[in-house]
Design a binder for this molecule. Structure first.
Ligand SMILES: [Zn+2]
Ligand SMILES: [Zn+2]
Length: 290
């Protein structure tokens, strides 16, 4: 994996690559970060793109890259916290009333109901009546259900977004008392092209990382991290107990504004470092051995 800073220029950030897989964090901050955007991730490969999560700050962050939210046509949402879905109302309304396009969303049937009924409906449904009824999810997004895929010891799915291969799996994020992913409210992590694990939000869950590392040829892991131990995210002090082989390919995301005080500790513990926003993480084609 190679990384290089994206310098702001007149042209919009390109939602394509010459063919290789590129990850680009629109933000790397925690839910309440004021110095970074929230941890939302663009995945690019050839002419294909996917936005993983669209938080409250995401439309502004995209605009600063020269991209209207309607430039994003493919979405995957990991869970319902506002730093992951707060920008979706703008995506839906600008898509319906300005661009006249419906973005597609990879979404399980279960989460489609949760996302609409508990979060999006109040802001989107009642802007107009269609045949006498308020808008529904399918009026503003094209839902694409992933296929169940029993690759892990937990609920998992597989799907493609163009040429991008995605394995989705349940994570252990909320509530803080949940004993496992089974008792947790719906939240997802994702393995991209079998090469990159992005946890999105999870509490410390070493079984997940050890199993994914055994199951997939992971080159890089992006893991959420907070600098204190409590609540609903994995902390630096918990993550330091992971096997060193996992830590050395793990970049930390979703971190607080006080990150500078922890950089030396992150290095001392053997992590690859902090992930940064406005940096291209590029994955050249793997060498074929056959
Ligand atoms: Zn979050
Ligand atoms: Zn969350």
């Amino acid at each position: 994996m190679k990384h290089s800073a994206w310098k702001k220029r007149r042209k919009p950030f390109p939602l394509e690559t010459p063919g290789f897989l590129r990850l680009f964090f629109v933000g790397v901050g925690s839910a309440f970060s004021k110095k970074h955007n929230q941890t939302n991730l663009l995945v690019l490969k050839g002419r294909d793109h996917l936005l993983i999560d669209c938080g409250t700050k995401c439309p502004q962050a995209l605009w600063e890259l020269g991209l209207p939210v309607t430039a994003v046509q493919h979405l995957l949402i990991t869970h319902s916290h506002a730093d992951h879905i707060g920008g979706l109302e703008e995506v839906a309304l600008r898509g319906r009333y300005f661009a006249k396009k419906k973005p597609d969303m990879i979404v399980t049937d279960e989460y489609k109901g949760i996302l609409w009924d508990m979060s999006l409906k109040g802001g989107i449904a009642f802007g107009e009546l269609v045949d006498g009824r308020p808008l529904v999810f399918d009026d503003v997004f094209e839902a694409r259900a992933p296929e169940p895929h029993p690759v892990l010891q937990r609920e998992a799915w597989r799907c493609r977004s163009g040429s991008i291969d995605l394995t989705l799996f349940r994570t252990k994020h909320i509530p803080d008392s949940a004993a496992s992913w089974r008792d947790s409210f719906f939240s997802l992590g994702v393995v991209i092209d079998g090469r990159v694990l992005f946890t999105s939000d999870t509490r410390f869950d070493p079984e997940l990382l050890i199993e994914c590392d055994a199951r997939f040829p992971l080159e890089t892991i992006f893991h959420d991290c907070q600098f204190f131990t409590a609540g609903v995210h994995a902390s630096l002090e918990e993550l330091k107990d992971l096997p060193s082989g996992i830590k050395k390919k793990t970049y930390l995301t979703h971190y607080g504004d006080n990150w500078a005080a922890f950089q030396a500790t992150i290095r001392k513990y053997g992590f690859a470092g902090l992930a940064h926003q406005n940096v291209c993480y590029d994955f050249p084609e793997p060498h074929r051995t056959d």
